[in-house]
Design a protein around this ligand. Structure first.
Ligand SMILES: Nc1ncnc2c1ncn2[C@@H]1O[C@H](COP(=O)(O)OP(=O)(O)OP(=O)(O)O)[C@@H](O)[C@H]1O
Ligand code: SF4
Ligand SMILES: [Mg+2]
Length: 345
């Protein structure tokens, strides 16, 4: 079948390489090439398309097997849309996504169903994705039913085993979502994704809705499961501190584009993009003797419907020059595995 042919895509030349980061596996599992996802805006009696929200506007990156790529950026910059488009929960406008060398946008519905076993998502708010009238054991088993992989006792056994893997008890299977705390509900969300034993998980702000004390427990759980099951994560977050805790590499998004991508240590010690530097300056330092100058960005985030010409960040950039207002900077590699889209970096 044509859809199952494995085509190894040509590198776009923008891919990071893992050699600089010993924590990062070397095999590329996911390749995203010049991805665009636009949402039409309709108006008038005839509901004509009058403009587009350019939620994802030409993004390329790779995720290596066994690593966690953290994706950060402020609200509305397109993080969730990237995750959903990669999983084909949202249709792409343009670009390609390869999973283990396979062009997933070319996959037939049957093939896509098979691929979904390998590619799962954990949502920010598991409560809204759990049916309040269904015992959580049934919600967790849903994927097994859809894929017809286990039935009867084998299915129940796997649900109970998975509940234990995420730190819950087998008897929790009979309870309903409202009987759990936020942290426990997120564990249920993780169990739903894990039960199919996927290779790749998009974790879309999985700890943002949790108390800080619970956040680190869920992050540690995700890390333990990664080691046990060899998982690869695209981990989406607002918060750089969370990303620092879990990621091998960090990607920063601004207005539908990736503006910086680097191994974690390199990124946190040497952020090159002015937007990354501003995000970094907002991380609180626990030691009151150390002072850091906070970079306050002026101006509102421009609209993704009509992004500014040149560098999208120029209206808020403290060091913008003339070229920034006219020429969109290339996303280029400035040191091994460290890419940045800035004329002055
Ligand atoms: N279904 C949709 N229809 C129209 N516009 C959408 C849709 N989904 C997202 N958008 C728009 O696309 C842009 C990116 O949204 P997205 O949810 O991907 O951002 P995000 O980075 O995940 O934000 P947050 O941090 O708030 O979750 C936003 O301007 C949003 O309003
Ligand atoms: S290209 Fe110019 S405007 Fe954009 S981040 Fe770099 S210096 Fe700032
Ligand atoms: Mg989001």
């Amino acid at each position: 079948m044509a859809q199952q042919t494995k085509t190894i895509p040509q590198s776009t030349g923008t891919a990071p390489h893992s050699g600089s980061n010993s924590e990062t596996a070397s095999k590329s599992l996911l390749q995203v090439r010049d991805l665009r996802t636009f949402f039409p805006i309709r108006a008038g009696v005839l509901q004509r398309v009058v403009a587009h929200v350019k939620a994802v506007n030409g993004v390329s990156f790779e995720v290596f097997e066994g690593e966690t790529l953290g994706l950060v950026g402020e609200s509305g910059c397109g993080k969730t849309t990237i995750g959903r488009t990669i999983l084909r929960l949202q249709q792409a406008t343009d670009g390609k996504v390869f999973f283990d060398g396979e062009d997933i946008f070319a996959a037939s519905p049957t093939r896509m169903k098979q691929l979904r076993k390998d590619m799962q998502i954990v949502f920010q708010d598991p409560y809204s994705s759990l049916d309040p009238r269904m015992p959580v054991g049934e919600s967790i088993a849903e994927g097994l039913l859809v894929h017809g992989t286990h039935s009867g006792k084998a299915r129940n056994d796997l649900v109970q085993e998975t509940l234990q893997k995420v730190g819950l008890n087998p008897y929790h299977a009979r309870r309903y979502p409202h009987e759990f705390s936020g942290g426990q509900r997120q564990r249920i969300g993780i169990a739903r994704a894990l039960i199919l034993r996927p290779r790749f998980i998009v974790a879309d702000e999985p700890v943002s809705a949790l108390d800080v004390s619970i956040q680190s427990q869920v992050l540690n759980l995700l890390r333990d499961l990664q080691h046990e099951f060899g998982l690869t994560y695209l981990f989406i977050a607002h918060n750089l501190s969370v990303v620092e805790h879990i990621s091998d590499r960090v990607g920063v998004m601004y207005l539908g584009k990736m503006v910086e991508l680097a191994p974690r240590r390199e990124f946190f010690s040497n952020p090159l993009h002015p937007y990354s530097q501003a995000l970094m300056s907002a991380i609180p330092i626990p030691d009151p003797r150390i002072k850091r100058d906070r970079i306050i960005l002026t101006g509102d985030v421009p609209s993704p419907i009509n992004p500014p010409p040149g560098c999208h960040f120029h209206p808020r950039c403290p060091i913008a020059t003339d070229i920034c207002r006219e020429v969109d900077p290339e996303f280029r590699e400035v040191s091994p595995g460290h890419l940045v889209a800035c004329h002055l970096a």
